[in-house]
Ligand binder design. Structure first.
Ligand code: SF4
Length: 375
């Protein structure tokens, strides 16, 4: 099965931690759906003979576009590609843009999953990060989505926010678990260069929270969500009743996907392609019928990505899957490289499956780099 990602590159204001590509001006918004329609035609040979079972509108802020416009894009995708009748169709939503009427329109246009950027249920955290909504709105938006008829609701949380106390984080988790969401994505705040927080950090005015606090908040995350029936199926993603994100799972299991819109990436199983992270460059490319740039993934890159993405998931790496992709010698070599982390308890090897110990997952970056083959 394959997926389609559509990047809607508009935001009303820029969150101080965000390094996703988006523009805050409104020009270009009107004609953007038309550009996407052109791109869909241009890329109609991608994913040929492949069934599509997920469509994901992310950004940016897809909810800045009218439901009817997003609906026309879904209709066009269904005309061009082989989209399953039970495809998961996700809308990333900003709490501030939602109302009962708008939500009901999104449902009617075909969305059956909504991912709401709640981030925190404290006004001071939201203000610090320059989010548009407040805490009441964050809670209300999830309830409204449920009342409108969405039964597959995900919400986002951020931890590691400077100034956030352990009690506030615990409270955020309890509020989130009490809402009618079956999925939670929880990310530690990272300070990226090029963001407002990045600039403040460079000037010595902002910094990450101490390491031991980060670890404590991660442990609280696992404990409270597990107590409330959420299963950690990926390092930052938790689901109730196995309502995993079918779309995001494709990124971790190497399934093909087509990315449309500026900065979107595509992967057809062997090659990767990407659109420019610039609205003007993207517009010029589409008008000239230019296909995106690409690179061939060689065997070594493929193997390292396989290790990195599979170990992000609770399912980990299975001996049979790895061997059939890369051979027995490569498997024995991987086990050899994993020997030390297994002895230290960071990785677990059981029933022919290699996976992270959940407590060690938080420090996975350093451990993963030791498992890479230098090609
Ligand atoms: S709304 Fe989302 S995409 Fe836009 S700036 Fe904030 S985090 Fe980034």
């Amino acid at each position: 099965m394959s997926g389609i990602y559509i990047h809607i590159p508009f935001c009303k204001s820029k969150c101080f931690y965000c390094d996703f590509f988006s523009v805050i001006k409104s020009e270009g918004r009107e004609g953007f759906a038309g550009l996407l329609m052109e791109e869909i035609k241009l890329r109609s040979n991608y994913l040929v003979n492949k069934q599509i079972d997920t469509i994901y509108f992310g950004g940016g802020t897809p909810t800045l576009l009218h439901p009817a416009l997003l609906g026309s894009i879904i209709t066009r995708l269904k005309e061009i590609f082989d989209v399953n009748s039970d495809a998961e169709i996700t809308l990333e939503a900003n709490p501030d843009d939602l109302s009962p009427e708008v939500l009901s329109n999104y449902l009617k246009t075909g969305f059956n999953r909504i991912s709401i950027g709640t981030q925190s249920f404290f006004d001071e955290h939201l203000k610090l990060m320059n989010r548009r909504h407040d805490a009441d709105r964050a809670i209300e938006s999830v309830r409204m989505a449920w009342e409108a008829g969405f039964r597959n609701i995900s919400l986002d949380l951020i931890y590691g926010i400077p100034g956030m106390t352990a009690e506030e984080w615990e409270q955020n988790l309890k509020v989130a678990a009490g809402l009618p969401a079956c999925h939670i994505s929880a990310y530690h705040l990272t300070i990226e260069p090029g963001t407002r927080f990045g600039r403040l950090k460079k000037a010595g005015l902002f910094s990450e929270i101490p390491d031991d606090e980060s670890v404590g908040q991660y442990q609280k995350l696992l404990e409270i969500l597990s107590d409330n029936g959420f299963e950690q199926y990926e390092i930052s993603n938790f689901a109730r009743n196995q309502q995993y994100s079918r779309h995001n799972t494709k990124y971790w299991t190497g399934e093909p996907y087509l990315g449309l819109g500026p900065s979107a990436h595509s992967f057809d199983g062997t090659d990767r392609h990407w659109n420019p992270a610039s609205l003007s460059k993207y517009t010029a490319d589409i008008r000239e019928n230019k296909l995106p740039k690409g690179e061939l993934i060689n065997q070594n890159m493929h193997r390292n990505e396989y290790v990195m993405t599979r170990l992000r998931t609770a399912a980990g790496i299975r001996k049979d899957g790895f061997q059939s992709a890369f051979g027995e010698a490569a498997w024995l070599n991987l086990l050899d490289m994993a020997g030390e982390p297994i002895r230290k308890g960071y990785l677990v090897y059981e029933n022919e499956r290699l996976s992270f110990d959940t407590a060690a997952w938080f420090r996975s970056d350093g451990i993963l780099s030791d498992l890479f083959e230098i090609g």
